[in-house]
Design a binder for this molecule. Structure first.
Ligand SMILES: [Zn+2]
Length: 341
């Protein structure tokens, strides 16, 4: 994909394109930021720009741009160009030292068919420590003609020695409109349901795609059930029981990580319902609802959740998801949440 065709991140894309055009690109970079916002697409777009056979043309606002049509651009986009190497976690979920050694050896030679060799390490935080150490020397003295791009949404898991050698470009979340654009334009999601998926996705396309899944719809149903149960502001005991249901009941075989993910999904769904309840209580247009298909149910719940309560609910959910991501106990988070809503 051409760098200019990636949604969002305009400043980062411009910075990279201009540095590439002036031959001032650092030989190794960390591309960090939320999961599913297009970091890897930017890395591939940069690889195209560095190797495009057409003299990179000035795109919008004079930013150099690959043609996207020459043989090289097409091969890079298809992932079959010999000089654009993508290293990603294997079946074990980690990137082993052997994969890194192979790449390091290859990088010592001049590019085979392109001008620059680009090594993209995807999910670079999955590099085992030994693999990171094997990369160190190459990151320190990269072979001429090679660029290393470490893509990660968890840069803190990289060794400090690795981070200290690579300037870091921090990507932000996409706007809801940008996520809708990607969903409709690239993922074949119907325009009617894309806004709901995007609204629940916190600026991540990966999460928005998940939002269209049955798993998400089930999570939303649990969240809606919790709202119904809590509508009449029941006593603490009943609230804590509702919390238990929100935890997803007992699933003896699920791991702690799966349990945490499931709860986070239900809480994010709950957040979008609260946001919608604010819209309903403000007599907003139904077109603004993220969960437009639940409009009648939201209407029925809205006397119990006025703008104040819905607003407080949204903030509470936001804090709860944050705590969950920082490894707080799911049980404690849910109890706190149900007592506050
Ligand atoms: Zn080209």
């Amino acid at each position: 994909m051409k760098l200019g065709a990636v949604r969002g991140h305009a400043t980062i894309r411009r910075l990279l394109a201009q540095a590439a055009a002036r031959d001032r690109l650092p030989p190794s970079l960390v591309l960090s930021g939320p999961d599913g916002v297009g970091k890897r697409q930017v890395a591939v777009g940069l690889a195209e720009l560095l190797n495009c056979e057409a003299v990179p043309a000035a795109g919008d606002a004079g930013v150099p741009e690959s043609c996207g049509a020459c043989r090289t651009c097409r091969r890079i986009a298809r992932g079959v160009h010999a000089d654009v190497i993508v290293v990603a976690p294997g079946d074990t979920g980690t990137i082993k030292v052997e994969s890194v050694r192979g790449v390091v050896e290859q990088a010592a030679f001049r590019p085979f068919e392109g001008r620059r060799r680009v090594v993209i390490v995807d999910d670079a935080d999955r590099l085992v420590a030994e693999a990171q150490n094997a990369l160190l020397k190459t990151l320190e003295e990269p072979p001429p003609g090679s660029v290393f791009l470490l893509v990660t949404h968890r840069p803190h898991l990289l060794l400090p020695t690795v981070r200290s050698r690579c300037p870091e470009l921090r990507f932000g979340s996409l706007t809801t409109d940008e996520v809708v654009d990607v969903l409709v334009g690239e993922c074949g999601v119907a325009a009617a349901v894309a806004p709901a998926a995007a609204a629940a996705a916190d600026g991540s396309v990966a999460r928005a795609i998940e939002t269209g899944s049955d798993e998400y719809l089930q999570a939303r149903e649990s969240a809606a059930a919790a709202l119904r149960a809590l509508a009449g502001a029941p006593p603490a005991k009943r609230r804590l029981e509702t919390g238990k249901e929100l935890m997803g009941g007992r699933r003896p075989r699920s791991s702690a990580a799966t349990e945490r993910e499931g709860l986070a999904r239900r809480l994010r769904a709950l957040g979008t319902l609260f946001r919608d309840l604010q819209v309903v209580s403000a007599r907003g247009d139904r077109a603004w609802l993220a969960n437009a298909d639940l409009a009648d149910e939201l209407e029925a719940l809205s006397p119990a959740y006025d703008a104040d309560r819905a607003g407080r609910g949204f903030e509470t959910v936001d804090l709860a998801v944050g705590a969950l991501m920082r490894n707080a106990s799911p049980r404690v988070v849910v109890d706190w949440l149900t007592l506050r809503i």
